[in-house]
Design a protein around this ligand. Structure first.
Ligand SMILES: [Zn+2]
Length: 384
């Protein structure tokens, strides 16, 4: 077994103070300036820590992305990709609803769990490696993206490119219920339905109109009826819009659909079923857009992920905790791990333990901060 030094992360209060500085910079995905303030803070932190950083300008109105590398390896041999996002779902002002504070062993704040806690652990790890000056067996690259919570449209290409050049990917999303890391995720499809009817004056020509809103209402029910909890399949219509005024039979309506499926076969089947829906009322048209955004994966189907998990489990036992996983992907949501998994084995959910994600109760368990950072450090120290 490798000889590990004492934890390089100092005491937990100092560590938490640094993390809270990150949380204090609110960074919702749709506010590129806010996300870039966060990116700048992290960039300065890493540069001061002796890391090589590269800032990738944002596109399509999103914030920048940031790449950081350990200073002793800039060769092109496949290494370890540590994946983080610095955007959150919380609008600027959320600090008023979930102020930074520590109560009963929990540290609160918007985005502290998803995923500034894990993102901070990645920076702390890189900095401690740089400070120790001992090269790791493999090159280590940390990628901070700015748009994960909105589907990673502007970072997906970069993630996939780096994953293809890597040997392993470690994703710093928060650990789940009971500290479980994530070795399976459901596939995520993002789709839209557009409905076109025929407009008419609601007072003097209602009979000639064909309401797109009415058609959409029936389609929403058909879509939602595809949810099958037993099989782990959900179809959620999360946003609807349509019509122009009360006194007009609406010509247009649309909805956004989120689909979660456990397997590739389910993805194909459910998406095909959605696309086969036909209008209920005459003279209306429906069109579906979008498709599978993140492919499902599970450890059972990937021996390389199983081996990586076993390795991490042994390291955790050495640190002093039992590492467990979430093997069915239930309750795990989607993540950028799914863009890496076609190319490399992935461990996800390596961030601190927390709960209340995306709510005003979001927090991390303080006593998991150092042990999870230590696990990441030992992973990059031992993977070869
Ligand atoms: Zn996240």
């Amino acid at each position: 077994m490798t000889d590990f030094p004492q934890s390089p992360f100092g005491n937990v209060d100092d560590y938490l103070r640094g993390l809270n500085e990150w949380v204090a910079i609110e960074s919702p995905t749709d506010d590129a300036a806010a996300v870039n303030r966060m990116i700048s803070h992290v960039e300065a932190d890493l540069v001061a820590g002796g890391l090589m950083v590269e800032r990738v300008p944002g596109t399509a109105g999103r914030g920048d992305h940031l790449l950081a590398r350990a200073p002793w390896r800039d060769d092109a041999s496949p290494g370890i990709l540590v994946l983080c996002h610095l955007d959150t779902v919380h609008p600027v002002g959320s600090l008023a609803h979930n102020p930074i504070r520590t109560e009963n062993g929990r540290a609160y704040g918007p985005g502290i769990s998803d995923m500034k806690g894990g993102a901070y652990a990645a920076a702390a790890t890189l900095k401690s490696l740089a400070a120790a000056g001992t090269p790791t067996p493999l090159p280590v690259t940390v990628l901070y993206v700015s748009d994960e919570e909105a589907g990673s449209e502007t970072s997906r290409g970069l993630i996939e490119e780096l994953a293809q050049q890597s040997k392993y990917a470690l994703v710093m999303e928060p650990a789940r219920e009971g500290g479980r890391i994530v070795t399976a995720r459901k596939g995520v499809a993002r789709m839209t339905i557009e409905v076109r009817g025929r407009p008419a004056h609601s007072g003097n020509a209602h009979r000639t109109g064909r309401s797109a809103v009415r058609e959409l209402a029936f389609q929403v029910l058909a879509l939602e009826a595809m949810t099958d909890y037993e099989r782990g399949i959900t179809v959620n219509v999360g946003r609807i819009e349509g019509g122009t005024a009360e006194n007009v039979v609406p010509e247009h309506a649309r909805a956004a659909i989120d689909v979660r499926v456990p397997t590739d076969a389910d993805a194909e089947r459910v998406i095909a079923r959605i696309r086969s829906l036909r209008p209920v009322f005459p003279d209306t048209e429906i069109t579906f857009g979008g498709g599978l955004n993140r492919a499902p994966f599970r450890k059972e189907a990937r021996a390389d992920i199983g081996l990586l998990f076993d390795h991490a489990k042994a390291l955790a036992a050495d640190i002093g905790f039992e590492l467990r996983d979430l093997p069915d992907g239930e309750g795990a949501g989607g993540s950028d791990a799914q863009f890496c998994v076609p190319f490399v084995p992935v461990l996800d959910g390596l961030g601190p333990c927390g709960a209340g994600l995306h709510t005003h109760e979001e927090h991390v368990e303080v006593d998991s901060l150092l042990s999870r950072a230590e696990l990441l450090l030992r992973l990059v120290w031992t993977l070869s």
